[in-house]
Design a binder for this molecule. Structure first.
Ligand SMILES: CC[C@@H](C(=O)O)C(=O)SCCNC(=O)CCNC(=O)[C@H](O)C(C)(C)COP(=O)(O)OP(=O)(O)OC[C@H]1O[C@@H](n2cnc3c(N)ncnc32)[C@H](O)[C@@H]1OP(=O)(O)O
Length: 256
């Protein structure tokens, strides 16, 4: 694997996003690797949980702005958005406890990954934001619908429309983060927390996850296809093109 570091420990699978030079941005290689780990682990009847984590600087900084900008037409970007949206839907529906453990930035698609997990554990230094609006686009991976279901329509619309960045503490107050864990020894605190969440037998965990999934299905359809479509339409706009150019020029200018 080139973009992920994965291992199993006891009955928990650990997936660490690992593209540190671009703050763990999601590119096509990462989507492919994530699909293959999830599809293998979802059939492991011994596994109880999956923990997603990044590093101290970033959990995930969203889609890879440079790589994805080879595609400028909605017909080109829509399949990429829908593919990642479908993967997050699969993650949300796993019969395993899923945990996002966040130390640094979880922005854009990174925040969409967070809200597709059952739990979010964060360091006080973590930062969360649905910042897609700053690029003149919407969420493309189903995160808007999930955020609305998780923290309520008004707070979610505030995050989505303003692109505000929430600190770990604010995100806890807003309902995105379930527990704040100390920055020092963050990973071992995550391990202990996950150990408590996974005391139950596999059959109990799977049963409760089935119930949670059934309730979610009955309440409403997932919105990832709709979001992928909206995002693909916004992708073609001048606002988006200019915002991306400005982000890429900013990082180029820092190097000069
Ligand atoms: C496309 C899918 C869509 C969705 O459906 O949701 C999205 O995800 S849209 C949102 C895309 N993400 C962003 O716009 C975030 C961009 N990144 C940042 O704002 C910042 O990098 C950060 C995450 C707040 C971290 O800031 P900082 O610690 O100061 O790092 P730098 O900004 O200096 O970045 C270091 C390095 O990494 C590159 N980088 C960062 N994020 C991305 C990214 N998402 N895609 C590609 N590259 C990224 C950045 O260009 C720097 O590169 P170098 O200058 O070459 O070192």
């Amino acid at each position: 694997m080139q973009t992920l570091v994965v291992h199993k420990q006891k009955q928990t699978g650990w997936i660490r996003f690992h593209r540190p030079d671009v703050r763990n941005a999601v590119n096509l290689a990462m989507i492919g690797e994530l699909e293959s780990v999830i599809r293998e682990w979802k059939n492991d009847r011994n596994l109880k949980a999956i923990v997603f984590l990044g590093d101290e600087r970033a959990f995930v900084s969203g889609g890879d702005v440079s790589e994805f900008h080879q595609w400028t037409k909605k017909e080109e970007i829509f399949p990429v958005m829908r593919r990642m949206g479908a993967l997050l839907e699969e993650i949300a529906r796993l019969e395993l406890v899923t945990v996002a453990a966040v130390e640094g930035f979880a922005v854009g698609g990174g925040c969409e990954i967070v809200v597709s997990c059952d739990f979010c554990l964060a360091s006080p230094k973590a930062k969360f934001g649905m910042i897609q609006v700053n690029l003149g686009i919407t969420t493309g991976w189903g995160g808007a619908g999930r955020l609305m279901r998780k923290i309520g329509r008004t707070r979610a619309l505030d995050c989505l429309l303003t692109g505000r960045i929430l600190s770990g503490e604010e995100a806890k107050e807003w309902g995105i983060v379930d527990a704040l864990l100390p920055e020092d020894g963050f990973r071992s605190h995550v391990e202990s927390y996950v150990e408590k969440l996974t005391k139950a037998p596999v059959s109990v965990i799977r049963a409760y996850k089935q119930v949670a999934d059934k309730i979610e299905r009955e309440r409403e359809q997932g919105t990832y296809e709709l979001e992928a479509e909206h995002c693909a339409v916004c992708w073609e706009s001048d606002e988006h093109r200019l915002a991306v150019e400005s982000f890429l020029n900013r990082t180029r200018a820092k190097k000069e």
